[in-house]
Write a protein that binds this ligand. Structure first.
Ligand SMILES: CC(C)(COP(=O)(O)OP(=O)(O)OC[C@H]1O[C@@H](n2cnc3c(N)ncnc32)[C@H](O)[C@@H]1OP(=O)(O)O)[C@@H](O)C(=O)NCCC(=O)NCCS
Length: 158
């Protein structure tokens, strides 16, 4: 995949390691007002059972997605895309790769939580077949409710 207008630099995807904590933290600061600090990123990248995928544009980390398999349920923990690289399909690509990896490891469904006001993420998850199955009131630090989203993985829709 290449970014339109970005010249010959190609995008590449790789599984991230603890050494990527700094780059993840920098990207997070650009994407979320209250993201994870460096220590939380180090823990995420060291955690056993985590699958953290990164997309690089040349040497720059431009997207990250993280998932965790619990029994047969794939939990999507976060997706971040650099503000300068949005709406070109990066989050969809990362989420599809995380779900494919989950299927291969035996997941039958995927779940995640998203703030009720996060229209971009709700649009993304809806476009990939996630449906709302519940709500956690006042779940986020800013008081927003979380919507619980779910989709089957053992079907042929994605
Ligand atoms: C949410 C986020 C990950 C989407 O990343 P992205 O790479 O721009 O998403 P994609 O290009 O794969 O979009 C796929 C579809 O999602 C929907 N979508 C994405 N952004 C949207 C927006 N701002 N408004 C409405 N729908 C949107 C659209 O249906 C889109 O398809 P289209 O572009 O053909 O219309 C990105 O906006 C982001 O990093 N936001 C801040 C962090 C965040 O909230 N992460 C999610 C919770 S952890």
């Amino acid at each position: 995949m290449s970014i339109e207008g970005a010249g010959p630099i190609e995008l590449s995807t790789q599984r991230l390691a603890p050494g990527h904590a700094g780059a993840c933290h920098e990207l997070d600061q650009l994407c979320r007002p209250q993201g994870w600090d460096l220590q939380q990123w180090s823990q995420e990248l060291e955690g056993s059972g985590r699958n953290v995928l990164g997309v690089f544009h040349g040497c720059a980390l431009v997207a990250v997605g993280s998932s965790w398999l619990i029994l047969d349920e794939l939990q999507i923990l976060l997706l971040l895309v650099h503000p300068g690289h949005r709406r070109i399909g990066l989050a969809s690509m990362v989420l599809n790769e995380l779900m494919q990896d989950g299927r291969e490891r035996g997941a039958s469904g995927a779940s995640l939580e998203v703030a009720v006001g996060n229209t971009a993420a709700l649009g993304l998850y809806g476009s990939l077949g996630f449906r709302c199955t519940g709500r956690r009131r006042g779940y986020y630090r800013d008081g927003q409710d979380a919507l619980i989203q779910w989709r089957q993985l053992d079907d042929t829709t994605g």
